[in-house]
Design a binder for this molecule. Structure first.
Ligand code: PEP
Ligand code: MG
Length: 547
């Protein structure tokens, strides 16, 4: 028997661990609790206040646990919950309900619902999303008041949890080592529960078809790759899936043992192996996979998919979290300044339509044309540099004047921070991406103006071969054009190494993750390779095989 879910919440990630024959549980169908009775006003009020204290303590513990297991973005959900649990409007509304003769548990539900409805009616995406948080905390306070317990793992087998829905708090309490996956009938792909499932590496399906609760305890296989939950699988299915799970587990643990080993060739050449990230959960994944630093933080992910621009403060917080996380690793967190152009929608900037956006005002060109935007980002990065080694990297550089113009803005913003007595790293490095043939050809001159280069091979291919990187029909050029790009990389390496001691060359395009090219890239002069977190272990394994 099997069921196709309408959505895989977490497709393709952690799929190997979804092969489980465990118990099916219905969190949603809690056994009915007798209706609460009003005692006296003082008792109800005292119970409510004690429960609030307990709920706050639990939420704080949950935030810390989530921070450690799933990262800052996921943990922020519980910061909001902590705030709502102390919200005077919520507390006043409950107390007023109690004073009208409602039992505390009922007053909590009514207050939660009325504030959630108020949040929902606000025409602001951030505030209306608070409705779900309000309902979540109200239902937790109510559950504590009524003595209802949470899901708890029992027995030796792994569980696939089947529930009507899971709140973020319920999800955060799951033990990824014991829970092989979860399936819900409600939920949304962009919910907090989804963020948590991804960050906790738990395979999950949502909006599945209904199952009968009689299936509780039935053996099941959850395959997030095909969005399928199979209950009572055949012995063949079970054995195939178990074999695959064992293979994946063995491969994972083999690669995991590499996390703490250095990326060094047999002859002793040390390669800095860093990660490419676009978000804080990815920074966590990078940290866990043993990355020695972040070689490319694509900051544009903070800017896209929203109506407004992220403030300096918001950017600062994101960069600071990454810098703090990597403070005990040898490498820096290299933050690439905004790389956006007319091909990406950034409503707040009102970018005009360009006939040829890939050759238009993108990357550094756009930042220099919007100095206030650029200054705010530079300030945010400078401020974050006080919390861990941080570096600035400029995309789409083609001339030295672009670096000089940036240096001028950077030096003005440094002066301003000094004047305001705001701490930053005085020796913060400034690097550039080598993405245009011009930058590679002029490497010697550009190298004098900055501290490091990182080759963006994705764009360097596109501009060297004059072949749109999105155009599938031109992919043969990417296979055949490698030698032209390799020669440009050599020029870049020679240029930066000739321009001063301590200056370094990194590669952060997709080429850096191709283990068939690792040896060649190192022999051309790459000091650093930066790849997305899942590739760290494989590239490290390859480096350690090279003579
Ligand atoms: C590149 O161009 O190789 C690169 C790393 O930048 P992006 O893929 O973000 O353009
Ligand atoms: Mg690029």
């Amino acid at each position: 028997m099997s069921s196709s879910a309408k959505h895989a919440l977490y497709r393709g990630i952690g799929i190997g661990e979804s092969a489980v024959y465990g118990k099916l549980r219905f969190l949603g169908s809690k056994k009915s609790t007798p209706a609460p009775q009003f005692r006296d006003r003082q008792t109800e009020e005292r119970d409510f206040r004690d429960t609030l204290d307990r709920a706050r303590a639990e939420t704080e513990a949950l935030r810390k646990r989530t921070l450690a297991s799933a990262g800052a973005e996921a943990a922020a959900i519980f910061e909001i919950h902590e705030m709502l649990l102390s919200d005077p409007d919520f507390i006043d509304l409950v107390i007023s309900g109690i004073s009208k003769g409602l039992p505390a548990a009922v007053a909590v539900s009514e207050a939660g619902e009325s504030l959630a409805a108020m949040f929902e009616s606000i025409d602001d995406e951030y505030l209306s999303a608070r409705a779900a948080d309000m309902r979540d905390i109200a239902s937790r306070v109510r559950a504590i008041l009524l003595g209802e317990s949470d899901y708890s793992e029992s027995g030796d087998s792994s569980d696939i949890i089947v529930a009507r829905d899971l709140t973020p708090a319920e999800t955060a309490k799951l033990d990824p080592d014991r829970v092989a996956g979860f399936v819900t009938f409600a939920g949304s792909v962009n919910s907090h529960t989804a963020i948590l499932a991804r960050a906790m590496d738990i395979p999950a399906l949502i909006r599945a078809e209904e199952f009968s609760s009689d299936l509780n305890g039935a053996p099941a296989i959850l395959d997030a790759r095909t969005s399928t939950l199979s209950v009572f699988p055949t012995p063949e299915e079970m054995s195939d899936f178990a074999d695959e799970l064992r293979r994946r587990d063995a491969e994972k643990s083999r690669l995991r043992t590499l996390a703490s080993l250095p990326a060094v060739t047999k002859s002793g050449k040390k390669i800095a192996l860093y990660a490419n990230i676009g978000s804080l959960p990815e920074a966590e994944a990078a940290y866990k996979s043993g990355a020695e630093g972040i070689g490319l933080f694509r900051s544009e992910f903070l800017f896209i998919g929203r109506e407004d621009l992220p403030s300096e403060e918001e950017q600062f917080r994101a960069y600071r979290e990454a810098a703090r996380l990597f403070a005990d690793r040898p490498g820096p967190v290299v933050i690439r300044t905004l790389d956006i152009g007319a091909d990406k929608v950034l409503p707040a900037l009102h970018l005009g339509i360009e006939d040829n956006p890939a050759l238009g005002s993108r990357g550094i060109r756009l930042c220099l044309a919007h100095p206030e935007l650029f200054r705010a980002q530079l300030r945010a990065i400078l401020r974050a540099s006080a919390f861990g080694k941080t570096a600035i990297m400029l995309p789409m550089i083609s001339t030295a004047s672009e670096i000089a113009a940036t240096r001028k803005l950077l030096s003005e913003e440094k002066n301003r921070l000094r004047f305001e007595e705001v701490a930053f790293d005085e020796s913060i490095e400034l690097g550039i991406m080598i993405e245009t043939p011009a930058a590679a050809i002029m490497a010697r001159e550009l190298g004098r103006e900055c501290d490091f280069f990182s080759v963006g091979t994705n764009d360097l291919f596109q501009y060297t071969l004059a072949a749109d990187r999105q155009n599938q029909s031109l992919s043969y050029l990417y296979t055949e054009g490698g030698e032209a790009v390799m020669r440009l990389i050599r020029m870049a390496a020679d240029g930066i190494h000739a321009s001063g001691d301590g200056k370094w060359l990194g590669i952060c395009g997709e080429m850096a993750a191709d283990t068939a090219l690792t040896e060649q890239l190192i022999s051309l002069g790459a000091d650093e390779l930066s790849v997305s977190p899942p590739y760290i272990a494989r590239v490290k394994e390859r480096i350690r095989e090279i003579d």
